[in-house]
Design a protein around this ligand. Structure first.
Ligand SMILES: [Zn+2]
Ligand SMILES: [Zn+2]
Length: 384
């Protein structure tokens, strides 16, 4: 075998089931597609689970344009079943369990060379705009040969091709189904705390919107030594478990004035860092309202297309406040760190996953997410 030969696995079926989006009015429907095969610098995984993430809703609902038909699903775990050529340096091998990160750096551009995976230009231009991988083509097609776009790796399927830059090997102790959230919800939370805020020991924190990402920010902020973590949401149900993840206080901003409550909790100062994890104008306002003088507001929720939020000019200027957008994380450095935090029990990824859907019901799962009925995170469990 030469180094250019892919390691072929004879057990891989010719076709697979995938949740396909053809029409934003109809939503996801399970179809049979050709099983994708990896090219250079890629691996094929048999998907164990795929998380249902809020940002997919913008694509499913048509608020963010994306080529259709497409397979969504961008936070996955699975087992490597085939390794494409050019992976000799990666240490990746058939049989390894991995987590896949949604942000798939090309590894070649200037941003990637500087370690800024989150700013990878080709990722946006090729995957996020065109639904393809780095050779300019998708790995997905119908049995008739119609191309199907990939949003990230197209994880809502039985098999998924993932660039090897975007997978981290997970130890056997990791519970593969809930671990699907590591590649987006947990990684984005880590990126927000470690990269966006550069949180320092003893700082005070608020987390606005305690869904999948927000719950992870609460945990990771505590792990990084935040002295106070104030969880803020409009739902008492979502706030109820936050103390178990390390929140020192919770505030329901629908029934209470968040600014007054946070000022009371912080000796009149407000918080050093306010994370915003939903991407709507109301949560931006709340995050800015609870910020201390000189504080950092770190927004990480994506809005529905082109959306603006109100920022009080004079307060931002006179109080020297900073708004530090944070997208995902540096996949190659940060996803292995997140896996390690999960494996060591520093972050609780298992309890964040509150519901498991079979692939057939992925559409119903997203509907529940749209209706804000999901506590923490829901996942599609391929074994169901
Ligand atoms: Zn996501
Ligand atoms: Zn790049």
């Amino acid at each position: 075998m030469t180094s250019n030969d892919a390691v072929q696995n004879p057990d891989i079926p010719d076709t697979m089931r995938a949740a396909v989006l053809r029409d934003t009015a109809k939503g996801l429907e399970v179809e049979t597609l050709r099983t994708p095969r990896p090219k250079a610098g890629e691996v094929l995984i048999k998907v164990a689970a795929c998380g249902l993430c809020h940002s997919d809703l913008h694509v499913i609902g048509g608020a963010i344009a994306f080529p259709l038909p497409a397979v969504l699903g961008h936070e996955v775990t699975g087992t490597i079943v085939e390794v494409g050529p050019g992976n000799e340096h990666t240490g990746l091998a058939v049989g390894q369990n991995v987590a896949g990160g949604f942000l798939m750096p090309c590894g070649q551009c200037d941003a990637c060379a500087e370690g800024h995976d989150e700013l990878c230009g080709p990722f946006f231009e090729l995957n996020r705009l065109k639904g393809v991988l780095y050779d300019g083509t998708t790995r997905l097609a119908t049995p008739e040969g119609e191309s199907v776009a990939m949003y990230s790796m197209g994880g809502l399927a039985e098999y998924a091709v993932v660039p090897s830059t975007s997978v981290a090997v997970v130890p056997d102790s990791i519970d593969m189904v809930p671990a699907a959230i590591l590649g987006c919800a947990a990684m984005t939370g880590y990126g927000a705390v470690r990269r966006g805020a550069d949180l320092r020991f003893g700082e005070t924190v608020a987390v606005v919107a305690t869904g999948g990402v927000g719950t992870n920010i609460v945990q990771i902020a505590r792990a990084f030594g935040a002295s106070q973590v104030i969880a803020i949401d409009v739902s008492d149900d979502k706030l109820a478990p936050m103390a178990g993840y390390g929140a020192t206080a919770v505030v329901n901003s629908a029934t209470h004035n968040a600014r007054e409550e946070v000022l009371k909790l912080t000796g009149g100062k407000g918080v050093d860092v306010a994370f915003e994890a939903l991407g709507i104008p109301a949560t931006w306002t709340t995050a800015l309202d609870v910020l201390a003088d000189g504080g950092r507001m770190v927004p990480i929720g994506l809005g529905a297309g082109v959306q603006t939020a109100g920022v009080e000019i004079n307060r931002t200027v006179r109080r020297s406040q900073k708004i530090l957008g944070s997208y995902g994380a540096r996949t190659r450095q940060d996803l292995p760190a997140v896996v390690d935090l999960a494996a060591r029990g520093v972050i609780n990824y298992k309890d964040v996953v509150s519901q498991r859907f079979p692939l057939q019901e992925a559409g119903a799962g997203y509907e529940a997410l749209r209706n804000r009925q999901i506590q923490g995170r829901a996942v599609v469990d391929m074994s169901l």
